[in-house]
Design a binder for this molecule. Structure first.
Ligand SMILES: NC(=[NH2+])NCCC[C@H](N)C(=O)O
Length: 328
């Protein structure tokens, strides 16, 4: 068999995290079962090789600040599974859950990649999610994953997998930000994290912003992750979220932008904060989840196959394929 055909056939290992106790409103814990049964996802699965793995059930120790213990245990389990998928050199796709699951997802990915190098992360969101338990007014852990991934906040939550920060500030980019508190902004600015606010997106267009973000998260890393909070998008494309914010990213422009950015170093994707009971009668948000998966992975696979094909023509395919499999 030609190696290009082998590479074209990529399995996407999918993990669900049925968590919602870190959110402002309950309901994100139902997202995974809705996505798993979704006819829109079934359609996508005809064109992409999506294989469902475990669904992690959350540990309940209470809501708001009291959720901390439970979220830590849930994230530990999730990190165990995401780490395994990456160590087995598979594509990884995670469906949350509220955004606190990101601590689990990226702790697992970062520790799996640690022997090779640092990972980058593009965080698409209306919010900065950069509180620590000390600075948060709401106590909701879905407002805290970025701080913990950077090595701040609760000592157990920031030390899942290993004791090191999971993402370094210069390898992180936030995109679409428009609703935040000053303590979060101060922390991120002090650390030098690149923030693309919603008005930057408005001014420059999402393609330009995503291209720069991809460059930033790739230049000092072995690859990057994509964490997509549905509330990053305008509510007309993603009504089913628990913490909506006006004037979000145009989702159609975003999926088109996917075609224009270099996805060959994408290590894993996470889609979170889908709250099914708030979806409209057309299931607009559910459709968006399916569209995101399709555009992201078709683009990535197409780009990888193109690289292989060109390399074969110029007689360097062995070397290039080796590089690609190392980076996966
Ligand atoms: N992942 C989210 N939806 N985060 C919203 C956070 C909202 C607010 N900043 C808080 O900390 O409570």
């Amino acid at each position: 068999m030609r190696k290009s055909t082998q590479l074209a056939n990529r399995v996407i290992k999918t993990i669900g995290c049925a968590n919602g106790l870190g959110g402002r409103q309950l309901g994100c814990e139902n997202a995974v079962e809705v996505i798993k049964k979704s006819p829109f996802m079934a359609n996508v699965a005809k064109r992409l090789d999506i294989q469902w793995g475990p669904i992690i059930e959350e540990v309940n120790t209470g809501r708001h600040a009291k959720a901390l213990g439970g979220v830590t245990q849930t994230c530990r389990q999730l990190a165990h599974h995401t780490r395994q998928v990456i160590e087995n050199k598979n594509e990884l796709l995670v469906f949350g859950g509220d955004h606190s699951c990101a601590i689990g997802t990226w702790s697992g990915v970062a520790t799996a990649m640690r022997p090779i190098g640092d990972i980058g992360l593009i965080w698409v969101d209306a919010h900065m999610d950069a509180h620590t338990p000390e600075t948060s007014d709401s106590g909701n852990i879905h407002g805290m994953p970025i701080a913990h991934l950077l090595g701040f906040g609760d000592k157990n939550l920031k030390r899942i997998g290993d004791r090191l920060p999971k993402i370094l500030p210069h390898n992180l980019c936030l995109v679409g930000i428009r609703d935040y508190e000053s303590a979060e902004q101060e922390l991120l600015e002090k650390l030098g994290v690149k923030i693309f606010y919603a008005n930057d997106v408005e001014r420059r267009g999402i393609t330009d912003i995503m291209q720069e973000a991809q460059y930033i998260v790739s230049r000092n890393t072995v690859g990057f992750g994509l964490s997509i909070d549905l509330d990053g998008f305008d509510v007309s494309y993603a009504p089913a979220v628990g913490t909506p914010a006006a004037d979000g990213i145009n989702a159609m422009e975003f999926v088109k932008a996917m075609l224009m950015i270099d996805m060959t170093k994408l290590i894993a994707t996470e889609i979170v904060e889908f709250l099914p009971r708030f979806d409209d009668s057309n299931k607009t948000s559910e459709q968006l989840v399916a569209n995101l998966v399709e555009y992201i992975y078709k683009t990535k696979h197409f780009q990888l196959d193109s690289v292989i094909e060109i390399a074969q023509r110029v007689g360097r395919s062995e070397e290039i394929q080796q590089k690609i499999s190392q980076s996966l």
